[in-house]
Ligand binder design. Sequence first.
Ligand SMILES: [Zn+2]
Length: 98
Amino acid sequence: MTSETKYVPKEGEIVVVGSIPDCNFCMNGTPGPYDFATWMGPWANGCERHWIAYRVGLLGMGVGQLWITIDQVADSEPPTLEQTLAARVRAFDDAHGS
Ligand SMILES: [Zn+2]
């Protein structure tokens, strides 16, 4: 059972990596999934709190990325209304032996 947020990878913004490094600022093992340019100049890996404190922008080219592991990738896009209705019709048909 996991309550971790799922993400849809997006080039230059949300990137799947093998493992998440520690936050460069907490220095206590807190995960630092944000790889971002700081207002001090250098890039760093930080937790969300430190990303918010030191970032120069949101996410994107030259500003920062959110790193996620494969288990945080959303399984799929949510079904469309058409897919949902088609599944209900199939279930109805099955139930009524057509
Ligand atoms: Zn931190």
